[in-house]
Design a protein around this ligand. Structure first.
Ligand SMILES: NC(=O)c1ccc[n+]([C@@H]2O[C@H](COP(=O)([O-])OP(=O)(O)OC[C@H]3O[C@@H](n4cnc5c(N)ncnc54)[C@H](OP(=O)(O)O)[C@@H]3O)[C@@H](O)[C@H]2O)c1
Length: 287
């Protein structure tokens, strides 16, 4: 193990967990940081007192900004200033393909986070993945699949080249360690664009559970997010992404995974067959 670890924020999340595995496989020392999950260090974006211990002696940082905060850029900038002062040299930040959509405001929270990363004084790399395949198996789409065999969205027939979180982690690992990623923005996708109905069909086939896409109007979708307790400004961002998908602006397929890692991006069907157990638990019933 090397003396200067790589700090992995969002360590309990979809990409963070997989990145930790991949760094371990490369024999690299990593420090797992998040609020829960018993990682190496407790780290909370909302508690700057946790920054110093997380950053102590690190050479590079994988940055996953806090959940459900539309504009965390001031916190991210303060954290990156501390990272530079502590001697870190690189930052690889998880952004989103949505930050580059045509109707994305220049001053959106995620664009401001990207600016903070680019102005950090560290060697930076931005990752702009499209929707994660794991949203269906371990993310916000899973409960409705288990409860009612439903995938609800306002994306209509719009398509997304859903990307496997393991592929994002593989690109992140390379950007944290290998040369050639400084000042790069990597748009990361799966190999083929699918509609949400296509995704439902692939999940049904892999799991044996009947799953269907329920396309709802925009207003109904926003209302569901409100009922789930999501902040209004964050809902606006989610709805911009749904609009972009519905309007065909999110179907881009890039060769980033293969170019960076040397192997093809994982297809959705392959993901679904590997993740099938997530959908085979019994339906949740009210007690
Ligand atoms: N999911 C997608 O389809 C998608 C697509 C494009 C971009 N992205 C971007 O990827 C990022 C991750 O999204 P995700 O939904 O996939 O989540 P995730 O990475 O699966 O989970 C969020 C992670 O952040 C940590 N976290 C949340 N709030 C925190 C806080 N206040 N302080 C410290 N750690 C905190 C959580 O750990 P603890 O709860 O243990 O602290 C968890 O490890 C987001 O910035 C999102 O915009 C997601």
């Amino acid at each position: 193990m090397q003396a200067s670890p790589i700090l992995v924020t969002g360590a309990t999340g979809k990409t963070g967990r997989r990145l930790l595995d991949q760094l371990a496989r490369r024999g690299l020392d990593a420090r797992a940081a998040s609020r829960h999950g018993g990682g190496d260090v407790v780290f909370d974006w909302h508690d700057p007192a946790t920054f110093a211990a997380a950053l102590d002696g690190v050479r590079a940082v994988y940055l996953v900004a806090p959940e459900f905060v539309e504009d965390p850029s001031a916190t991210v900038a303060a954290f990156l200033e501390k990272a530079r002062e502590s001697g870190a040299e690189r930052v690889v930040a998880l952004s989103s393909m949505g930050a580059g959509f045509p109707l994305e405001p220049r001053d959106s929270g995620r664009r401001k986070v990207e600016q903070a990363v680019m102005q950090s004084g560290l060697h930076w790399t931005l990752l702009r993945p499209t929707g994660f395949a794991q949203n269906f198996s371990e993310g916000f789409l899973l409960p409705a699949i288990l409860q009612g065999g439903a995938i609800v969205s306002a994306t209509g027939d719009g398509a997304v080249a859903f990307v496997d979180a393991g592929d994002i982690a593989a690109v992140a690992a390379s950007a944290l360690v290998d040369p050639g990623h400084a000042s790069a923005t990597h748009v990361i996708t799966g190999p083929r664009a699918l509609t949400f109905a296509d995704a439902a069909e692939a999940i049904s086939k892999a799991s044996g559970r009947a799953v269907a896409h329920h396309a709802v109007p925009r207003g109904a979708m926003a209302q569901l997010l409100q009922q789930a307790g999501m902040p209004e400004d964050y809902i606006d961002m989610v709805m911009r992404d749904q609009d972009a998908i519905r309007d065909g602006q999110a179907a881009e397929v890039t060769g980033t995974v293969e170019r960076v890692t040397g192997r093809a991006a994982r297809g959705f069907e392959q993901f679904a067959s590997a993740a099938a157990d997530a959908w085979t638990t019994p339906p949740v019933t009210a007690s």
